[in-house]
Structures are given as structure tokens and as C-alpha cells.
Design a protein. Structure first.
Length: 428
């Protein structure tokens, strides 16, 4: 029986491994850490005394690959839909509040309705700036495409760039932002519906996948760090782990589903993106459940250090994307700074800062600038049975959960095709 060897148990690796297992081949999954999930997982925090996610994530209705993955591992009940779609915002500098509410239908006719769009904006601004993004070249940034002479720059493009691309609009790829716009807001309300992980990331994305793999007789190994590869005649022949070499059969396939820096160490020919951006997350444990404006599970902020606030039970979580500068501050200073903004959102009765935890994901995503986006690696390699997966590969999407899953699916498909070809060659 042929085996698909998946290196890395982040979301791309899990998606790849589960798809391969569904096809009926043997699967072996190797993870350097002691747990799966990578940058999208939950863990028990001692300082808070509860489970938290290492970062905040949303799905959108357009994220069909992730929803297919959740169906594969029987975890569809672990996400909850917000319908109709609504994106609440607060401007902490002015106190103004609004909700962006995409309308139904396949065309973005909601921009003609004043009460659905951002205050102080006109329909013409949306149309002109969307057109400029569509026409942008491979080297254009979002700022270069849309300009900053409209209120939309700070109230729409910056929040979108930071949330979807983890890159400031001044340097983010305009082509990639157009893809985000085309796949969501340009397709109507249903494609924009937020889906949130009401039980946490691991409960939805990680634990069911590991359970599924074990039930399908896959081998899952933790604390297994790949050190190198050996190949002959354009085929991987062995994997090098600290405890020894593992032989790879001629009709096996190997998938590197690891971060770009690790991929470059193992397989330099990948030339994976080398520049990254930080995401800072802060979690506060309250005495009782907290209600956000409009009773929403999340709120976007402008005119503030914080970009997004999420509330789940009595945990309030904040996300600051493209947070490299903020991450240079000590954790206690970050916690105090962000708590002052939380208090404005949930009410002055918040009082003294509660128990907190700050998490800095230094390499949360690759920097989605034009140069880095244009250098993304393809799934296949010069080695017939070696493939790459990860949100940094050329998925056509930003480095998000959806991009990770799509890359895993694509790598699994190509790996299975290589196995079929190897079997056919062996029969000749």
C-alpha cells in the first residue's frame, strides 16, 4: 500500500492528511511540536485558568474549502454562522458606530443604500476604488491603487488589509486585495457571512482531524522534526529524523506542509517568502460574560491600537494584525495599553484590568506585499514525489485558514496523482 507522508500538522498538513486518508492510501503525519494545529489552535493558559485560542479567526461564507474540510472531519457543528452578514465597527477617536451590511444577490447593490455602507461615504467611492483595485498591476500596493484621500482608506481598506492580508494597506498587494473583494463583497451577502469558532479553534479544526486520522489507521507522530531529505533520480528516497532515516518507497509521496522558513531550510529550492508579519493577540478573563455592541461576537475598531475585539463567554480577545511595532513593547505594557481600549468598548464599569495573557505570533503570516506575493512557490517541485503545502504557497488566496486548507487539498490531489503514475510505471 502506498503512503502519503505529510510533514507538519498545521491546518494545511491536517487538511492534506485527511484528504489523502479519505482516498484510501496509508497516511503518516509528522509534527515537530508536541501538538497539532500550528498557528491555529487552542491551549490551556495557566494565568487565565481556561482554554484560549492562540489567535482570533473568522471564516466567511465564501470559504468553501474550509467548510468542506470541516465536513470531512465531521466538525461542521463547531462553527456558527452570522446571518444576515454584518460587520460592526467603532471609531474610538470619534465615538462613531456603524455596521457594514452587504445585501442579498450576486451584485453588490448594497453600496447604494446609505444605511448599509460606512458613514460619510458615497456609492461612487466604492465603485471607483474597486475598479482601481481590479485594474491594479502585480507590483501595485493597495494605497497606490486606491489612494488615501477618502474616508474609505482608514475605514475599509485598512481593516480589510490587516484582517485578510496581515499587512498594512500602504504595502499590501493590490492584486491580492482585489481577489478578497471579488470573492466576498462582490458576490453578495451570503458569501460575506462571518462564521466564528464558538468552541475554539482546536475543537473545530484540530481535534476532530486527529481523531479522524487515527480512526482511519493513519500514523500520527509528534516530536518528530524532519532534518532533511534524500533523493535519487528525481524521487525522494528517505526522510532524515534525529532518530534515524526513514525509507520512502518508490510509490510513496512526501508533502512538506511547514512554515516558509522551515521549508527553505529543508528544501531551499522552494525559495519560499522570507519576509513575515507579526500578529499580537491579548486575552482578558472577565468575571462574567461580556456583551459587545449589537450583541455581536466581534467588533472592528478604527482610531485605535486594537483592530478587532472578540467575545466568547467571559473571555475578551483582541487582535492587532501587522503588529510588528507593537510586539516590540513588553507584554505588561501592551496589556495595559489595550485594556484602556477594551474599557471604552465594553463600558467604563470594566474597572481594574483583569487577568490577562498577551501572545505574539512573530511569523504569523508571510508579508503579503507585491514582491512576496509574486514569489510564492507552486505545489509541485522538481522532485516527482515531493509537494509543498501551506498558506504561503501559490493558492491564489491570502495567507488565511482558507488558503491553508486549499493548499492542503491541492497537495493531496497532486500527491495521489503521483502515486497513480508511479504504480502505472511499475506495471510497464
Amino acid at each position: 500500500m502506498s503512503t502519503v507522508h505529510v510533514i507538519g500538522a498545521g491546518i494545511s498538513g491536517l487538511a492534506c492528511a485527511t484528504r489523502a486518508a479519505i482516498s484510501g492510501v496509508d497516511v503518516a503525519l509528522y509534527e515537530a511540536a508536541g501538538q497539532a494545529g500550528g498557528r491555529a489552535r487552542s491551549f490551556h493558559d495557566e494565568s487565565l485558568g481556561c482554554m484560549i485560542d492562540n489567535g482570533n479567526h473568522l471564516l466567511l461564507g465564501a470559504n468553501e474549502s474550509t467548510r468542506a474540510y470541516l465536513a470531512d472531519i465531521d466538525a461542521g457543528e463547531m462553527i456558527r454562522e452570522i446571518a444576515p452578514a454584518a460587520f460592526p465597527f467603532m471609531d474610538l477617536s470619534s465615538g462613531e458606530r456603524w455596521r457594514v451590511r452587504p445585501g442579498g444577490g450576486l451584485l453588490p447593490t448594497w453600496i447604494f443604500s446609505k444605511d448599509r455602507r460606512i458613514p460619510g461615504t458615497t456609492t461612487g467611492e466604492y465603485l471607483r476604488q474597486a475598479y482601481r483595485l481590479k485594474r491594479a498591476g502585480k507590483t501595485d500596493t493597495v494605497l497606490g491603487a486606491v489612494g488615501n484621500d477618502s474616508v474609505l482608506y482608514e475605514t475599509l481598506w485598512q481593516p480589510l488589509c490587516r484582517a485578510a492580508l496581515n499587512t498594512d494597506a500602504s504595502e499590501a498587494s493590490a492584486k491580492l486585495m482585489w481577489i478578497v473583494l471579488r470573492e466576498t463583497f462582490m458576490k453578495g451577502e451570503e458569501a460575506c457571512r462571518p462564521w466564528f469558532f464558538h468552541k475554539g479553534l482546536s475543537a473545530a479544526l484540530v481535534n476532530p482531524a486527529i481523531r479522524f486520522l487515527k480512526e482511519n489507521n493513519a500514523e500520527v507522530r509528534f516530536q518528530a522534526r524532519l532534518r532533511g531529505l534524500r533523493w535519487t533520480d528525481h524521487k525522494i528516497t528517505s526522510l532524515y529524523f534525529p532518530e534515524g532515516m526513514l525509507r520512502i518507497e518508490p510509490d510513496d509521496a512526501v508533502i512538506l506542509a511547514v512554515p516558509p522558513d522551515i521549508c527553505n531550510d529543508i528544501w531551499p529550492a522552494a525559495k519560499a517568502p522570507t519576509d513575515s508579519r507579526t500578529i499580537v493577540n491579548a486575552h482578558y478573563r472577565m468575571d462574567k460574560p461580556v456583551s459587545l455592541p449589537w450583541d455581536a461576537p466581534f467588533v472592528g475598531l478604527v482610531g485605535s491600537e486594537t483592530h478587532w475585539i472578540f467575545a466568547r463567554d467571559n473571555i475578551v480577545s483582541l487582535t492587532i494584525s501587522a503588529g510588528d511595532a507593537l510586539a516590540e513593547k513588553p507584554n505588561w505594557e501592551i496589556a495595559n495599553l489595550l485594556w484602556s481600549e477594551v474599557a471604552q468598548v465594553i463600558g467604563s464599569s470594566a474597572g481594574r484590568m483583569p487577568a490577562w495573557r498577551v501572545i505574539k505570533e512573530r511569523r504569523a503570516t508571510f508579508a503579503q506585499t507585491p514582491a512576496q506575493v509574486n514569489s510564492r512557490a507552486s505545489t509541485d517541485t522538481s522532485i516527482k514525489n515531493l509537494f509543498l503545502a501551506g498558506d504561503w504557497t501559490d493558492t491564489g488566496l491570502p495567507a488565511t485558514i482558507e488558503g491553508s486548507v486549499r493548499s492542503g487539498f491541492k497537495a493531496a490531489s497532486q500527491a495521489l496523482e503521483s502515486i497513480r503514475n508511479a504504480r502505472a510505471d511499475a506495471k510497464e
